[in-house]
Design a binder for this molecule. Structure first.
Ligand code: HEM
Length: 220
């Protein structure tokens, strides 16, 4: 890791960790006993979304590295790969914790997942799988191996992955989002913070496509 990427890691993972600690341990009543897995998993999942979203926003919304194109590319790659890695860690931790004792609201009384739980896990697995495409194609030999067009298509797969992440979060979180009186310390649930972060690159992309279409139409 170079100093710039280390700063990105400290800022995004640090922000997610601090948010999770304040919301669940300080403002909420989750015991510190559950920090190593349960709370760290919340921070990891939020950081995963923040990193993936950032990798699509650097150069479009975040202009801090515009003066140095090589560094910008390094940071974009770093954010995408770390996002994918953290999403994988989150999937492992979640599956280790997956039980009514930790996630009662996603289970029915006989111990099986309810509809929201099943949908959330199914789309979560798809999102993780889709994130593989942009992650693998960041390998240095890939643009040459698969050609520019396919490389770009694979990189864009991250947007489709973000759509599935949004579905994952809506299925898991929508009930809690509609009950702000129950939010610890008035702080929005991590799922709501994450869905907002995931929607930003999707909306920016939509705007870009719309503008491109308008430009093409006026040129015709
Ligand atoms: C195999 C794939 C996945 C599984 C099994 C999985 C499982 C889970 C589970 C069980 C939860 C509920 C956690 C809780 O309420 O504390 C959750 C929440 C979450 N997941 Fe996933 N997930 C997967 C993929 C992903 C991916 C790819 C992302 C994003 C890149 C993601 C981001 C999140 C976020 C931000 C939350 C909200 C955490 C919270 O509300 O506290 N997940 N996931």
């Amino acid at each position: 890791m170079q100093p710039t990427t280390a700063k990105w890691f400290a800022a995004l993972f640090g922000a997610a960790l601090v948010y999770a600690i304040i919301r669940y341990h300080i403002a909420g009543d989750v015991s510190w006993e559950h920090f190593p897995l349960f709370i760290l998993n919340k921070a990891t999942s939020l950081a995963a979304v923040l990193f993936v979203a950032s990798s699509y926003l650097i150069g479009k919304v975040f202009h801090w590295h515009d003066h140095d194109r090589a560094m910008r590319l390094v940071v974009i790659k770093f954010c995408g790969l770390v996002g994918f890695f953290l999403a994988g860690v989150h999937a492992f931790l979640s599956l280790a914790l997956l039980s009514p004792a930790y996630y009662g609201k996603y289970f029915v009384p006989d111990g099986r997942l309810n509809l929201e739980g099943e949908i959330a896990l199914a789309v979560g697995v798809i999102a993780l799988f889709l994130l593989l495409a942009p992650a693998i194609t960041t390998l240095p030999m890939m643009p040459k191996a698969i050609g520019g067009r396919r490389w770009k298509r694979n990189q864009r797969m991250g947007y489709v992955a973000l759509l599935f992440v949004v579905a994952h979060l809506v299925a898991l979180g929508w009930r809690g989002w509609l009950a702000p009186s129950g939010w610890n310390g008035g702080m929005p649930p991590i799922s709501l913070v994450a869905v907002t972060a995931a929607l930003v690159p999707l909306l920016v992309k939509r705007k870009q496509i719309k503008e491109k279409r308008e430009r093409q139409q006026s040129a015709d």
